[in-house]
Design a protein around this ligand. Structure first.
Ligand code: ADE
Length: 236
């Protein structure tokens, strides 16, 4: 899968995504992450990419032209217009379900805004998806783009090893993951739950399911509600 990230801070994005599992997946050729510096497309003598908003108000806006030309450099090369995600609090909140869905794309463009936003006209022209990562305001779209690239990449075949992917994950079936333990059997007086040392696969699976439910009910009552409804009612 190929990611194209349009940004004023390409170093930040590249640095953030070149380590650990995502870095390894790029090395192995499962993913390609290309940053496009919007400033490279300015026609302004002083390399400016922002200007004052018409009608007044706080801050500066990113201008349409450099954003459009940065986007066009990608779509001209590809010969088609892949989905283009604009990171903004003004969109539906990113979820695991959306991560899986985006992982089916061959190419995906991310547009990272800065300052007070981007001239609306270029958004109308190029953006297909408006996505938020949560109800808070960040200083730019780079961190949200990195969050999305990370979550989507994990869903691309080959990126995770069998070991890493496991079938049981938080948000599978609306449940959080059960607690896990490694050596030693006792640490600071706390023992690993006996059932996990038993080698009894059925009992272990039952215990894990129980723990996942307990944990979801306590920590994420909103998810628990959905889970209970998904089970066809019943509940507690
Ligand atoms: N840009 C600024 N805040 C954001 C958020 N919460 N999600 C996505 N993009 C953003």
């Amino acid at each position: 899968m190929n990611f194209y990230i349009l940004t004023l801070f390409p170093d930040m994005v590249r640095e953030g995504l070149n380590t650990s599992i995502i870095g390894r997946a790029v090395q192995a050729g499962h993913l390609a992450i290309e940053t496009v510096n919007i400033r490279d497309y300015t026609l302004d003598r002083h390399n400016r990419v922002d200007d004052y908003p018409y009608g007044g108000g706080a801050g500066m806006l990113m201008q349409a032209q450099p954003v459009y030309d940065a986007w066009k450099s990608v779509t001209d090369r590809l010969g088609y217009r892949p989905r283009c995600v604009y990171l903004t609090p003004q969109g539906p909140t990113f979820t695991q379900t959306m991560a899986k869905e985006y992982a089916g794309e061959q190419d995906l463009i991310f547009l990272c805004g800065h300052y007070e936003g981007i001239d609306e006209r270029v958004l109308e022209e190029i953006v297909t998806d408006y996505v938020s990562i949560g109800d808070y305001v960040l200083t730019g779209g780079e961190l949200p783009a990195m969050v999305m690239v990370d979550a989507i990449s994990r869903m691309v075949p080959g990126v995770l090893t069998n070991q890493e992917s496991g079938s049981w994950e938080s948000f599978e079936n609306d449940l959080l993951e059960y607690p896990q333990y490694s050596r030693p059997e006792e640490w600071m007086g706390k023992r690993v739950p006996q059932v996990l040392l038993s080698g009894h696969h059925k009992n272990i699976a039952d215990w894990r399911q129980q723990q996942a439910e307990l944990r979801t009910r306590e920590r994420r009552p909103d998810l628990w509600q959905r889970y209970v409804e998904g089970q066809g009612g019943g509940g507690e």
